[in-house]
Write a protein that binds this ligand. Structure first.
Ligand code: SF4
Length: 362
C-alpha cells in the first residue's frame, strides 16, 4: 500500500536498528505519550529490537483510559434513561465504571450505538424525534474538530434533540503535570503525531525550554518510530535537548489552523479531571455559552460523582508511566481483554491491552 509499505520496509528497519545500536552509549528513558505509538511499537516488535539501555515507557495518551470512572458512571446512568439514545466511539462501550459498563447497560436494554463519525448521531436524532440523542464526546485534539463540526451542523439544521456529553481533553497540559512529578524519570518524549497534526509541533517547545526534555514528534510506522528514537537518543547523549519534527509529511509547526478555529468556535477550555493524574488546569473542553443547549450536562443538570479505581487496579500509575502493566497484581489474571477491570486493558490504545496482546518483547 502506497505511503505505508515504504515506511515498513524490513531492510530500512534493520538499517535503522543497527544505527541505533551503534549510536547508543548510555541509558536513555523515553516516554511514548500516545497510545497509538504504544500499540504500534508492540505490534511491530520494536521493543525487542532496541538496545538494552533504551527504555520505553508508556504515557497518558489514550483518551478512553484517562476518562475518570465518575464520568463513565455518568455515561452509564444517562444510558439507562428511557428517553435517551447514546452514540459513542467503540472503545468506550466496554470500559467499566465503578459499576457497569455501557455494554452491560445495553444488555439490560439501554439504547447504546457505536458510530464511526459523530455526524451519524445527527441522522439517528432525525430518525428518532421523540428521543434525546447524546454523543459521548471523548478524545484529544484529533477528534475534537469533527465533534465541533457536528455541533455546528446540528445548530444549522436546528436538530434540537441532539446533545454531546463534553469530556474532551487536550495536550500538552498533562505533560507539564507529568514533568513536575518527581516519581517520573524520563529523558525524552516521543510526542503524539496525530494530536500534532492539529495542534502543531510548537506546543511542546516549553518542555524543552522549561524542563530540558528532548522532544521529537513521531509518526506511527516502524521507520517513523525508529528514526524518532534515534533523534531522541542523539539529543540526550549529546546533552542538547531540542524540539524536532520527524513526522514532517503531515505535521507542521503551526498545525491545522482551520480545524482549531472550528474547535475554538464551539468549545472553551476548562480544568479537567484525568484518571491517575487528577485535576489539571485548562486540560479539558466544554461548550461555549452560545452552544450550551447542546451540552447534556447543563441541559439535564448531570452531577458527576468523585472517581475511584477498582480494588488492586494500577491504571493511574500505568498512565503516569510510574508502573508497567505487569506491576499490576491483577494483570493477566483478574484483568484480561475478555474481562477488563481497568480501561487500559480495554482500549485499542491501552497500554495493558498492548502488553497482554503482544507480550513483553524485551
Ligand atoms: Fe488497570 Fe487492568 Fe492494567 Fe491493572 S491490568 S492497570 S486493572 S487495566
Amino acid at each position: 500500500m502506497r505511503y505505508v509499505d515504504e515506511y515498513r520496509g524490513a531492510d530500512l528497519v534493520h538499517t535503522l536498528t543497527e544505527k541505533l545500536h551503534a549510536l547508543s552509549n548510555r541509558p536513555v528513558r523515553i516516554m511514548e505519550v500516545c497510545g497509538t505509538h504504544t500499540m504500534s511499537i508492540f505490534k511491530h516488535g520494536l521493543r525487542q529490537m532496541l538496545p538494552k539501555n533504551v527504555q520505553l515507557i508508556s504515557g497518558p495518551g489514550c483518551p478512553v483510559c484517562v476518562t475518570p470512572s465518575g464520568v463513565i458512571d455518568a455515561f452509564v446512568e444517562l444510558a439507562g434513561r428511557p428517553e435517551v439514545i447514546i452514540t459513542t466511539f467503540g472503545d468506550m462501550i466496554r470500559v467499566p465504571g465503578t459499576g457497569n459498563s455501557l455494554m452491560q447497560a445495553k444488555a439490560a436494554g439501554a439504547d447504546v450505538n457505536i458510530v464511526y463519525s459523530p455526524m451519524d448521531s445527527l441522522t439517528i436524532a432525525e430518525q428518532n424525534p421523540d428521543k434525546l440523542v447524546v454523543f459521548l464526546s471523548v478524545g484529544f485534539e484529533t477528534t475534537t474538530p469533527t465533534i465541533a463540526a457536528t455541533i455546528l451542523e446540528a445548530d444549522r439544521r436546528k436538530i434540537g434533540n441532539f446533545c454531546v456529553f463534553p469530556a474532551n481533553k487536550t495536550m500538552p497540559a498533562p505533560l507539564k503535570a507529568l514533568m513536575e512529578d518527581p516519581k517520573l524519570q524520563v529523558d525524552g518524549l516521543l510526542c503524539p503525531g496525530h494530536v500534532s497534526i492539529i495542534s502543531g509541533s510548537e506546543i511542546y517547545r516549553f518542555l524543552v525550554d522549561d524542563y530540558g526534555i528532548a522532544c521529537v514528534v513521531a509518526g506511527f510506522e516502524p521507520t517513523d518510530i525508529l528514526l524518532s528514537i534515534i533523534a531522541l537518543v542523539k539529543q540526550v547523549q549529546e546533552d542538547r535537548p531540542a524540539l524536532e519534527n520527524c513526522y514532517g509529511r503531515v505535521v507542521t509547526a503551526e498545525g491545522n489552523v482551520k480545524a482549531r478555529t472550528i474547535v475554538d468556535t464551539v468549545f472553551t477550555q476548562v480544568d479537567s479531571e484525568w484518571r491517575g493524574l487528577g485535576s489539571i488546569k485548562s486540560s479539558g473542553l466544554t461548550l461555549r455559552e452560545e452552544y450550551s443547549s447542546f451540552d447534556i450536562i447543563k441541559r439535564l443538570d448531570i452531577q458527576i460523582a468523585p472517581s475511584s479505581e477498582p480494588k488492586g487496579c494500577r491504571c493511574g500509575d500505568v498512565l503516569k508511566g510510574i508502573n508497567q502493566p505487569p506491576d499490576c497484581p491483577i494483570f493477566g489474571n483478574r484483568c484480561t481483554p475478555g474481562s477488563p477491570v481497568g480501561p487500559c486493558m480495554v482500549s485499542s490504545e491501552g497500554t495493558c491491552a498492548a502488553w497482554y496482546r503482544y507480550g513483553d518483547l524485551n
